[in-house]
Design a binder for this molecule. Structure first.
Ligand code: ZN
Ligand code: ZN
Length: 329
């Protein structure tokens, strides 16, 4: 028996089904065509004209994209399957009885609304809780926002996010295909809103999150901070007072004092060190926070200093003092 046959025989069906769904999605040529279309949009209508389509920032986030693929192929389906098993054990597989009778499209629509709200909610939480921000800051630190930035997400963030977002889907009795499919559609959307594309979606801007809307969220400028947390609908930001009303601004992005400057060359070692530095950064920060608890200094916020303070590749030059970060520096 080969290793793979053995692996198949010992993997529970509840987990296997997520692997099949992931293979189907990432093996599709449409996936690669979609990426080509967004890159073309970045070329035709860039939000920041000075940013090249094939920038070093793109390569940096492409590495995150691959790390994400590896993570999703190796651990994510097992994690969702494991969550489902835990859920079944804890609740006996409880499904809201009324909804389970409804057609699939109604369930998908309702779960989308719940999912979108929960995305807004845990995004907001990741900005408010200092320990979680240390992981989320990796996503925000990109100065050359691009279509792969949506996957510039630390795996610890995924684990927190999935627990929050998948439990309601189990409650609604959605099939693994519908769950992974919903996640897939949302992923394409988030890929588009991170792209360096100049559009606010015209009249649809009041309803849907656009690349311009999300660029405000990534802005390095203080007046934009802690705004526009939404992922697909602008409804939640509107309802909870976190919406930024300017629809024609395309600010520079990043976090003041935190820069992971991509290596400007193709040395594999330099890129591996760059990626490793980003993965380890939050853990280092947490260590510093636990050691230095009690400090009362206010961390640097965007706008407090010169935009391009001297920083070095692989980590921030000025790290916020431990345990003192205000929500979203
Ligand atoms: Zn954020
Ligand atoms: Zn983002």
């Amino acid at each position: 028996m080969s290793f793979f046959e053995w692996l198949r025989s010992v993997t529970p069906d509840e987990i296997k089904v997520y692997y099949w769904a992931a293979i189907k999605i990432y093996g599709s040529p449409w996936f690669y065509l979609g990426i080509a279309v967004i890159l073309a949009l970045e070329w035709v209508r860039p939000a920041v004209r000075e940013q090249r389509v094939f920038s070093w920032g793109l390569l940096q986030d492409f590495l995150w994209f691959n790390l994400d693929l590896a993570f999703k192929a190796a651990a994510f389906p097992a994690f969702v399957g494991f969550l489902r098993l835990l859920y079944a054990r804890a609740t006996g597989g409880y499904v809201v009885p009324v909804l389970s009778e409804w057609p699939l499209w109604v369930k998908v629509l309702i779960s989308f609304l719940i999912f979108d709200f929960l995305q807004w909610f845990h995004h907001w939480v990741r900005h408010r809780i200092s320990a979680l921000w240390q992981f989320h800051v990796i996503h925000h630190s990109q100065r050359e926002l691009n279509l792969f930035t949506d996957l510039r997400v630390h795996f610890v963030e995924y684990l927190v996010a999935q627990v929050i977002t998948f439990i309601p889907m189990f409650l609604l009795g959605l099939t693994p295909g519908a769950i992974v499919g919903t996640g897939f559609v949302i992923q394409w959307y988030t890929r588009l809103i991170h792209a360096n594309v100049r559009t606010n979606f015209g009249p649809l801007r009041h309803l849907f999150v656009s690349p311009q809307f999300h660029r405000i969220h990534h802005s390095i400028e203080r007046r934009h901070q802690d705004k526009n947390f939404g992922v697909i609908l602008t409804l939640w930001d509107r309802a909870f007072g976190t919406l930024y009303p300017g629809y024609d601004e395309y600010p520079e992005t990043g976090v003041e004092g935190v820069l992971f400057a991509p290596p400007s060359g193709l040395s594999p070692l330099a890129w591996a060190r760059d990626l490793g530095g980003q993965v380890l950064y939050p853990f280092r920060q947490l260590l510093v926070m636990t050691r230095g608890a009690g400090s009362t200094r206010t961390p640097p916020r965007a706008g407090d200093g010169p935009r391009d303070a001297p920083e070095h590749a692989g980590g921030p030059a000025r790290r916020p003092p431990p345990g003192t970060r205000e929500p979203r520096p």
